[in-house]
Design a protein around this ligand. Structure first.
Ligand SMILES: Cc1cc2nc3c(=O)[nH]c(=O)nc-3n(C[C@H](O)[C@H](O)[C@H](O)COP(=O)(O)OP(=O)(O)OC[C@H]3O[C@@H](n4cnc5c(N)ncnc54)[C@H](O)[C@@H]3O)c2cc1C
Length: 498
């Protein structure tokens, strides 16, 4: 499955989607499965935006109960069950321990009440995500020795799911393509062709070949997450129909602290809930939630984010305190939150908003990764009506996303995550990987592991050079670019930009 931007240029599609994050990918797959002709363009790599920088949970979102978002939690719990069945190689069960210490903002009784409600909101329960249980303080420290025993009241053990967000997005795009959608990464929308306010085509520039071309369609969807307003300003109205107040979320990748359970603990400082999650042989610690006003392209962890997260871990488990030098790497994503009156980003709704403008453009903003399939269904139904058609039946809940990983061949490049030469070759030949970053960050999990540094990256750059026909100058450029990203993510964190 090669990258073929030319297939986007020579016809009029029913639907053209801007953005190859999970929402664009989900909409493309859903629409293609219903028989619509679909184009999807992504300015970078698929999932290079928010969709590879999440906490990687497919979850109901326990904390949204405090915002009384019962509908969102119920929908998310329903989707968790569907995604577990749809892509079991990418969405896996995860047990989470919620400890309650003396003086915590939420007592053990409150946690039990919340998780009971959480269970009620999951009527069709998957065997892999049983109901919650309460553990005594002694049982808690046996289950998770990293948690201090002192002042511990007990814990709630609940079941959610973890996902490989980058691969789920990529595999959704590839499956959309298998069902007939024309999808290309590294194709940036730079303008719209319009007659009055009616859109006729997207003006696109191929970022690899440099050629400009048009993508014509009857209907268009702007699914560009935190870039929605920027893309909206390309239209003749010079504005997007949805306003955002984005927030930044940072995660640190550190040595593995917890055993098999994730830990979901409370900050005594600001009441926020923080995750410490298992991720291969490392742990993910996150996340922050701070207002963000700069370009979404420049999002990265700064010194304040790092201090905040290190401080939270020190408060929870002083014996496992870390400092900046212990950070393996980090990642930052931008939440495309709909503008509202709440000054604290964590209080703003995670529900999606879909707005039509100009007769044939739909802008979709907000939402959670967990609910992408349900949101895509709503979008495609709306698109069908805009096309003057009765929406065909949605097939995404019953069409599995098969694991197509090739048989392992060649040398083992890394054991955790397990990456063979055959995986890198497959990424180049069948998964539209174009750059070293694509392979390190999104085709494999290497960039979120101990093996994300120069040694493995150099090896892979040589291997990709053979696969993709790079000359030595290109290989060295690719490596330098990736290593610059790696260095900035793993140390020398700068003070926040004002
Ligand atoms: C820190 C953090 C943690 C999160 N954790 C979770 C979680 O654990 N579980 C959960 O369910 N949800 C979580 N979320 C939310 C979830 O990640 C997002 O809802 C989801 O990834 C958004 O996907 P998207 O497709 O809308 O946006 P994106 O993934 O950002 O995709 C938009 C795409 O549009 C592309 N684009 C922009 N401009 C153009 C252009 N001009 N031309 C072409 N393409 C363009 C971008 O390159 C980008 O790839 C989290 C979010 C954050 C920030």
């Amino acid at each position: 499955m090669k990258r073929q931007p030319a297939e986007l240029a020579n016809k009029t599609f029913d639907l053209a989607i801007i953005g190859g994050g999970i929402l664009g990918a989900g909409i493309a797959r859903d629409a293609a499965l219903r028989g619509l002709s679909v184009a999807l363009v992504e300015k970078g790599d698929f999932a290079s935006g928010t969709s590879s920088r999440s906490t990687k949970l497919v979850h109901g979102g326990l904390r949204y109960l405090e915002q009384l978002s019962f509908g969102l939690v119920a929908e998310s719990c329903r989707e968790r069950t569907i995604l577990l069945d749809m892509a079991p190689h990418l969405v896996t069960p995860l047990s989470l321990l919620l400890p309650a210490y003396e003086g915590d903002p939420r007592s053990l009784a409150m946690l039990r009440l919340g998780t009971t409600l959480y269970d009620w909101l999951t009527p069709r329960r998957h065997d892999a995500t049983p109901r919650h249980r309460t553990l005594s303080a002694d049982e808690t420290v046996v289950a998770e020795p990293a948690l201090p025993r002192e002042q511990l009241r007990g814990a709630v053990l609940l079941y959610d799911c973890q996902m490989d967000d980058a691969r789920l997005c990529l595999e959704t795009v590839l499956d959309a393509r298998r069902h007939g959608a024309a999808c290309a990464n590294y194709c940036q929308v730079t303008g719209f062709r319009q007659k009055w306010d009616h859109l006729e085509a997207l003006q696109v520039v191929d970022q690899i070949g440099g050629q400009p071309f048009d993508v014509r369609a009857k209907c268009f969807v702007n699914a560009t997450g935190p870039w929605i307003e920027q893309v909206g300003r390309l239209s003749s109205s010079k504005s997007a129909p949805v306003s955002l107040s984005p927030s930044k979320g940072v995660h640190l990748v550190i040595s593995r602290i917890n055993r098999e359970h994730g830990i979901y603990f409370q900050s005594k400082r600001d009441r926020r809930m923080i995750f410490l999650l298992p991720w291969g042989d490392v742990s993910l610690l996150g996340t922050t939630d701070t207002p963000y006003t700069h370009s979404a392209d420049a999002a990265r962890a700064d010194a304040d984010d790092v201090d905040y997260l290190i401080g939270q871990l020190r408060e929870l488990a002083p014996a496992h305190a870390i400092d900046e030098g212990d950070i393996i790497t980090s990642f930052a994503g931008i939440r495309a939150l709909i503008r509202s009156d709440h000054h604290r980003p964590s209080r703003r709704s995670r529900e999606e908003r879909m707005v039509a403008s100009g007769g044939n453009l739909l802008t979709v903003a907000g939402g959670k990764y967990t609910t992408f399939r349900a949101i895509s269904d709503k979008v495609v139904r709306r698109v069908s009506r805009m096309l003057g058609q009765r929406p065909a039946k949605c097939l995404t809940a019953t069409t599995p996303l098969d694991d197509r990983r090739p048989a392992m061949r060649g040398e083992l490049i890394s054991d955790s995550p397990e990456v063979f030469e055959s995986d890198v070759a497959f990424a180049c030949t069948d998964e539209m990987a174009v750059t070293l970053e694509d392979v390190m960050r999104r085709r494999t999990r290497l960039a979120l592991s101990r093996h994300g540094g120069a040694e493995v990256a150099t090896r892979i750059s040589h291997f990709m050079a053979k696969q993709l026909g790079w000359n030595e100058t290109t290989r060295v450029e690719q490596l330098a670019r990736y290593l610059l990203y790696w260095r900035r993510s793993s140390g020398g964190f700068q003070p926040p930009r004002k």
